[in-house]
Ligand binder design. Structure first.
Ligand code: RB5
Length: 147
C-alpha cells in the first residue's frame, strides 16, 4: 500500500521510526513533512495527509503531532476522511473494522515508538467489516452534508 505520513515538529523522530517500520512491512511511504524540527503548525500536515488520501494519491494516511488530537481534527475537516486518534491497538483495529478509518493519528508526546508500531500494525491488518457498519459510516457523511 501507499501510506501518506505527516507530522508537526513534535513528532519528527516518531515519524522517522514509523516510516522506517512501514517500509520494513513492505509499504511505500509518501512523506509529506514536516522534515525539520523547526516549530510548525499541525493543521498544515493534517490537511496534507488527508488530501493525499482523499485524492487517492495514497491508500491510507498516518498523521502524528504531540497528542494526535490537533492533527486528527485537521484531517477530519477534509471530505471523505475518517481520522482516529489512538493510544492503544484495540481501538485502532476496531476503528478500521467498524468505522472504516482511513487516517490514523497518535501523539508523539503520549506514546513511545514501540507502542506506536503495535498500533500501526493492528490498524493496517484490520479490515472494514461493512454490513451494518456501512450504514453508520454513510450516516457520518450525511451529517457533513447537512451541516
Ligand atoms: C504543539 O505544541 C502541539 O500543540 C501539537 O503537536 C499537538 O499536540 C496539537 O494537538
Amino acid at each position: 500500500m501507499i501510506i501518506a505520513c505527516g507530522n508537526d515538529h513534535t513528532a519528527l523522530e516518531m515519524k522517522k521510526e514509523i516510516t522506517a517500520y512501514l517500509e520494513e512491512l513492505g509499504h511505500s511511504v509518501l512523506d509529506l513533512g514536516t522534515h525539520t524540527g523547526e516549530r510548525c503548525d499541525y493543521p498544515i500536515y493534517g490537511e496534507k495527509v488527508a488530501r493525499a488520501v482523499a485524492e487517492k494519491k495514497a491508500d491510507l494516511g498516518i498523521a502524528i503531532c504531540g497528542t494526535g488530537v490537533g492533527i486528527s481534527l485537521a484531517a477530519n475537516r477534509v471530505k471523505g476522511i475518517r481520522a482516529v486518534v489512538c493510544s492503544e491497538p484495540y481501538s485502532a483495529a476496531l476503528s478500521k473494522q467498524h468505522n472504516n478509518t482511513n487516517v490514523l493519528c497518535f501523539g508523539a508526546r503520549v506514546i513511545g515508538p514501540e507502542l506506536a508500531k503495535l498500533i500501526v500494525k493492528s490498524w493496517l491488518d484490520a479490515e472494514f467489516e461493512g454490513g451494518r457498519h456501512e450504514k453508520r459510516v454513510n450516516m457520518l457523511d450525511e451529517i457533513s452534508a447537512r451541516n
